[in-house]
Write a protein that binds this ligand. Structure first.
Ligand SMILES: Cc1cc2nc3c(=O)[nH]c(=O)nc-3n(C[C@H](O)[C@H](O)[C@H](O)COP(=O)(O)O)c2cc1C
Length: 274
């Protein structure tokens, strides 16, 4: 079956269908909702500033909150200072997260100045950061990247190779450039190139809107897992629909009653106040 299971070291991701980190969306309440609906083998936090984490500011503490039912759960950090990121990673491990992910994709200007997709233009610094984080933690360590800064600077394959050399356990690829933002299409052929270039698991991401898209992504790229972002925000049933589709060839759409019940559940969950 497609995307049945993936192991990122000792962490079992089953099915190999992952909720993408989305700032402002994938908070603890949304993540619990996704888990309850089924079909999602791994969820990720919103991205968390490594610097904010060290300062322990209130917003960061809220980002770090999770419940046991969300496991396995990864925390995503961003930043550009190797020592600070290593210390942030240590703290995340101490908080019991199952894995840690480094953001190499955020296109926002205030982030690219100090990490995110900005690191795709400074591979020597990225090398240092990856090695420091790797040495700091024993939980699995992954990276999630865009394909490069611009069409003239596509670096997905060299970055994936660098990550593998530095002991990173898996790499997620959203094949759009920083300059592209969310326009145009995700270039899945870049995921295919990364898959051919490294031995560590490759997680394919970008423009998967339906179970049929997920199958097409697998067929084109051979990726080891699929990661879904925006489609999960408007259709949180998509993970279960993919599982049904891959297992039995069909799936059903949610009914109005189910959607109504889901909203009630959503507002019924308690979230940390600080
Ligand atoms: C509102 C929003 C917030 C996002 N926040 C993050 C983030 O915090 N970290 C990250 O790595 N990617 C972030 N992304 C990118 C997604 O994880 C994903 O790579 C992208 O949306 C492409 O996948 P999709 O086509 O399935 O949505 C965000 C995307 C959206 C739409």
């Amino acid at each position: 079956m497609i995307f049945e299971e993936l192991r990122i070291r000792h962490v079992r991701v089953s099915p190999a269908q992952i909720l993408a980190p989305m700032a402002g969306i994938t908070d603890t309440v949304f993540r619990r909702l996704i888990k309850r609906l089924g079909g999602c083998g791994l969820i990720m936090s919103e991205f968390i500033s490594g610097e904010g984490l060290l300062r322990q500011n209130i917003r960061t503490r809220r980002y770090l909150y999770y419940t046991e039912e969300e496991r396995p759960i990864g925390a995503q950090i961003f930043g550009a200072d190797p020592e600070h990121l290593a210390e942030a990673a240590r703290r995340i491990e101490g908080l019991g997260f199952d894995l840690i992910d480094l953001n190499l994709g955020c296109p926002a200007k205030k982030v690219t100045k100090c990490g995110g997709s900005g690191l795709l233009r400074d591979l020597p610094l990225l090398d240092k950061i990856l090695r420091r984080i790797r040495a700091a933690v024993s939980i699995p360590f992954t990276v999630k990247m865009r394909s490069g800064w611009s069409d003239e600077e596509i670096v997905a394959v060299p970055v994936a190779r660098l990550a593998e050399d530095c002991g990173v356990d898996a790499v997620a690829v959203h094949p759009r450039t920083r300059l592209q933002g969310f326009s145009g299409k995700a270039r899945w052929e870049i995921i295919q190139e990364v898959k051919a270039a490294v031995r560590i698991p490759v997680i394919g991401n970008g423009d998967v809107l339906t179970p049929a898209d997920a199958r097409a992504l697998y067929q084109q790229t051979g990726c080891d897992a699929v990661m879904i972002g925006r489609a999960a925000a408007s259709n949180p049933w998509i993970f279960q629909q993919m599982e049904d589709f891959f297992g039995g060839g069909t799936y059903r759409e949610s009914t109005e009653t189910e959607r109504y019940a889901l909203i009630r559940t959503y507002y019924g969950y308690d979230a940390p106040q600080k």
